[in-house]
Design a protein around this ligand. Structure first.
Ligand code: GUN
Length: 245
């Protein structure tokens, strides 16, 4: 919906991934002035279309649209972003079908790198519904000792410096600097910040952080592609759950 430039890039990348692995994707590009009722009508149509396995609404939505109403309208069984309150609740209990794509991508990177989360000090900087909150739950399910930091956190540096695993998801360019990181820590940068037309940077100042981190993800090319891979995984799962393949 609307004209968010970053959304256009994300949606194009998602479509490309679908094409690459053989999932049919259908894009509904809705103009800025679309009403909430019209969007919900479209979602209902897709909810009831048994050739559609998964649905996502790229965020952010225009200001006059209630984001929560849109998320709530998506059939939880087709909610491949795992944003619907039913799926959010399932993430809390640990009995879930869909995992939110970005936190799932982070967990996959950790697992594939042979890093055991059990007993580790995990610090998540950022408390968004899309990343920070579900991220903390997934780390907790893997037996991490989790601290969630945010804009009101006192002495942030003391918290980040205690982290064995540090996840930065604040959306502020180069916010986490090398001096805020413990020697040998695993640093995962979820930020994608466009600071110039062709320059993307993360929430972590890579050059200073890489000198102290034991492992670190770059931006671009770190968590971003994992988010899309996890979306594909959720969509395949949705196809199985909804018996649309
Ligand atoms: N906007 C930023 N990240 C996301 C995401 O993971 N899913 C959707 N639908 N919108 C987003």
């Amino acid at each position: 919906m609307g004209e968010d430039p970053a959304s256009k890039v994300y949606v194009a990348n998602k479509k490309k991934a679908c094409e690459y692995i053989g999932i049919n994707s259908f894009e509904y590009k809705l103009p800025e002035e679309t009403t909430e009722e019209e969007v919900i009508e479209l979602i209902n149509k897709l909810n009831n279309d048994n050739t559609v396995s998964g649905i996502l609404c790229q965020l952010p939505v225009p200001k006059h649209i209630n984001e929560e109403a849109i998320i709530n309208a998506i059939d939880p069984k087709k909610d491949v972003d795992a944003f619907h309150p039913i799926n959010v609740g399932k993430i809390m209990t640990g009995n879930y079908d869909f995992v939110p794509c970005t936190p799932a991508g982070v967990m996959e990177l950790i697992k594939e790198s042979g890093i055991d989360v059990t007993g580790k000090e995990c610090v998540v900087v950022g408390r968004s519904n899309i990343v920070g909150k579900p991220m903390s739950m997934l780390l907790l399910h893997q037996n991490g000792t989790v601290t969630v930091c945010h804009s009101k956190t006192k002495d942030l540096k003391a918290k980040t410096k205690s982290a064995d695993i540090l996840v930065a998801a604040v959306g502020i360019p180069n916010f986490i600097t090398g001096d805020m990181i413990k020697e040998g820590a695993v640093v995962i940068d979820v930020g994608i910040n466009r600071i110039a037309p062709k320059t993307l940077v993360g929430d972590v100042e890579f050059d200073t952080a890489k000198e102290v981190a034991g492992a670190i993800t770059p931006v671009p090319g770190g968590v971003g592609p994992m988010t899309i891979a996890m979306l594909m995984k959720n969509t395949l799962k949705a196809a199985e759950v909804n018996k649309t393949v």
